[in-house]
Design a protein around this ligand. Structure first.
Ligand code: 13P
Length: 338
């Protein structure tokens, strides 16, 4: 078994998933300001350290995605942040794209940048302790979108990133995110997401990426957030499984979903339904940002000194996601554990 495959399997070990704590400074500032906390390097670190020292890190979190600022910060307990994470047995990872910018000749769409100097940055992140990476491409759905240009350009960039990450001993998380914005039906999301994922694998294969040493981070198949259509959780699971079964090569060891604007409960319930009905060879787990952090952040913002209280909320959420990753979550457990 290759080292990259080993790392990927450890991140998505049974009952574990990924904590996506890699918000850029701009996004983290928005999140902190929304709960009336000033965004400074110290406040960003304090909140994140509160999560990284929680009990559930040992049992529910296989990997943590960091942002460039955080991976270089020192922990208040001594040592660097990646060392703090490694001590919990979770694997430190790093977001390496530099953000989604306007796509030339299709200005409503975005292309993710960050290939310049990527090889050098990967070497630096490896030395800092990272063993996996993330690159996020974003796509919109509407009558004419996503365009062929955005599907091709983002797949090409994702594949070049993934090849470079593996060259430097790091597992690439490949994240093509189809945004939920809009009034489209779930069928449309299914069709577009499948086309996007297939194109990503065409490019990954062309770039000779070892698929066993990668993890896919897709969206679930949902109707647009302004759509009149409403699906129940089993319908969402069925469409999501259909999409992944049809478009992901079986060598890929696992799939870790983004939450993408779903509430904490929706993201948990839908992951649980996916696992209850999982008829694929893929491990299905979480790589959540908002759906793991939202309630903890809200609580923490009211009393930033209350580490234990914040951790209790994060531990509960992580435990619920862990159960969902095994198809063992229920509304009753959700209430009883609270
Ligand atoms: P959300 O779960 O909040 O969508 O974030 C996941 C992520 O890492 C997006 O790139």
């Amino acid at each position: 078994m290759s080292e990259l495959n080993n790392i990927a399997l450890k991140i998505i070990e049974e009952g574990k998933g990924v904590l996506a704590a890699d918000e850029s400074t701009g996004t983290m500032t928005k999140r902190l300001n929304s709960v009336n906390v000033e965004s400074t390097p110290e406040s960003r670190l304090t909140f994140r350290e509160t999560l990284f020292t929680s009990e559930s890190m040992k049992t529910c979190i296989g990997g943590v995605i960091l942002y460039d600022e955080t991976i270089k910060q020192s922990s208040s307990l001594g040592g660097k942040i990646p060392d703090l994470i490694s001590k919990t047995s979770a694997i430190p990872g790093i977001k390496v794209d530099t953000g989604a910018k306007v796509l030339a000749n299709s200005p409503d769409e975005k292309i993710t940048e960050g290939l310049d100097n990527l090889r050098e940055r990967l070497k630096e992140y490896y030395k800092l302790g990272a063993r996996f990476t993330k690159w996020r491409a974003v796509y919109i759905i509407s009558k004419n979108y996503p365009s062929k240009l955005s599907i091709f350009s983002n797949a090409h960039a994702l594949a070049r990133y993934a090849a470079l990450a593996q060259e430097n001993g790091l597992v690439p998380i490949v994240e093509p995110e189809v945004l939920m914005d809009g009034n489209h039906y779930a069928e449309e999301c299914l069709k577009k997401t499948s086309e996007i994922i297939k194109k990503c694998y065409d490019e990954l294969i062309l770039n000779k990426v070892d698929l066993k040493g990668t993890i896919l981070k897709p969206n679930m198949i949902l109707p647009g957030n302004k759509a009149s259509e409403k699906l129940n959780t089993n319908e969402i699971a069925e469409l999501t499984l259909k999409c992944l079964k049809d478009s992901v090569p079986t060598e890929v060891p696992g799939i870790a979903f983004l939450s993408g604007g779903q509430s904490e409960i929706e993201a948990t319930e839908n992951l649980n339904s996916i696992n209850k009905n999982n008829n694929t060879s893929f491990k299905m787990t979480y790589s959540y940002g908002r759906a793991l952090q939202q309630s903890a952040l809200k609580f923490w913002s009211k009393d930033t000194k209350n580490t234990k209280g914040t951790q209790a909320i994060f531990n509960h959420r992580a435990k619920m996601c862990s159960l969902a990753a095994q198809g063992k979550w229920s509304q009753n457990i959700e209430k009883q554990d609270n």
